[in-house]
Design a protein around this ligand. Sequence first.
Ligand code: LFR
Length: 469
Amino acid sequence: MGTTYIAIDIGASSGRLMKSQLLDGRLSLEEIHRFKNGYDEKNGHKYWDIDRLIQEILQGLAKLKQSGVTTCHIGIDTWGVDYCLLDAEGTLLRQPFCYRDQRTSQAVAAWSKKLSLEALYDKTGIQIQPFNTLFQLLVEDKELLKETDQILLIPDYLGYVLTGKGVMEKTNASTTQLVNSATGQLDETLLSLVGVSSQQLPRMVEAGTELGDLRRADFPEYDLPEAKVITVASHDTASAVAGTPGSGEDWAFISSGTWSLLGAELKAPLISPSGLAANYSNEGGVFQSTRFLKNIMGLWLIQEVARMAETPYSFAELAELAERENFEVPLIDVNDASFLNPPNMGLAIQDYCRQRGLTVPESTGQLALTIYHNLAACYGRELTTLAELTGKTFQNLQIVGGGANARLLNQLTANATGLTVEAGPTEATAIGNILMQMLTTGEIDSLEQGRELIRQSFKLTNYYPERKK
Ligand code: LFR
């Protein structure tokens, strides 16, 4: 029996433990445990219930043991930017804030008085988003910061709980906007401007580093397997890109989940005034690559419409409802700030349309069609911008993540971009997590080999433009 690898992959709306092995030149992939994620509201603020996420991880590992697996490797990835504050005993000082919390709504303006956004982008190459760690720390409770011995990003905190070892993994560190793009290290000026000392952050490590052994004795209530925790590309989007089976140089990607991250893998950062104007980010990828990408509001829009609908529709049902609609779809900017976190997404879209004299989508199906059409249109525009900024001519668009299953959206995307869309795998993030583990143990030798393995192991679906743009 080969080595067993477990990807712990937690996104904003769900988490899972996936088991994989390399058998006869193919990757197996099996879901061990899946659970919901989402923020809790308390006193008007939004927090993650990280203690529950830890219990879910332990339950998943216990299930694995029950199924007969006694030893394994583990990698952890989650969404970016959010963090935990720990005191000198390693105790959590507060449940972490969710990046969609309102507390940063004025933070970018407050920051601009300290350093211009141009200078900030020049240093970091990271898109300006109010939720970046830099802006969150700027408005952080200063008293709590004084008590803070260590600041750990979410996946690093989970790794710390499992092993007792705290690190700051590089791909996720890049999302903080505290890393200097030229040096690859934390930028002392930026840290001091947000009132944090570099002593409060752990050492930075590359994706593909051994972290330590699972401290089973710390969790006596669970029967756990023996496990080595490996620090993988801990930013979920970095794992997703690692797990994208692009080949050659001319592919773009959309990691399609709660967010749609649209971009290209580059050898080096590309920092320019036009990149800032288009708000493209140079996030850290595996093996020193750059994930040059843009955040697009993504399936969050659909998830929120589904959440507020009177009938609990599945995403497939929503797409069916959308397909049956025949109305003049209004053109909206899916990235409008009013869609970041409205109390009711459907009403927010309707208000947006009403204020601009556009056709107002009334039914759930019309809302869904409006979202799908406008996401695809936005992908189309952004691919043009991406090609202009990078000087590349894209041949292929790889769509990975949950959204790779969204047939209607994929077809609309092929039409809007004029590119062949290759969709899949849906579990690219977990797969990218596992590939980095296999690269660390030496079971595979290169990322290219890993990406080829994905092609051998998972079904990908092509969508072709129905008419030329
Ligand atoms: C996707 C993601 C994006 C990041 C956003 C907030 O899950 O990690 O890459 O911009 O969530 O962290």
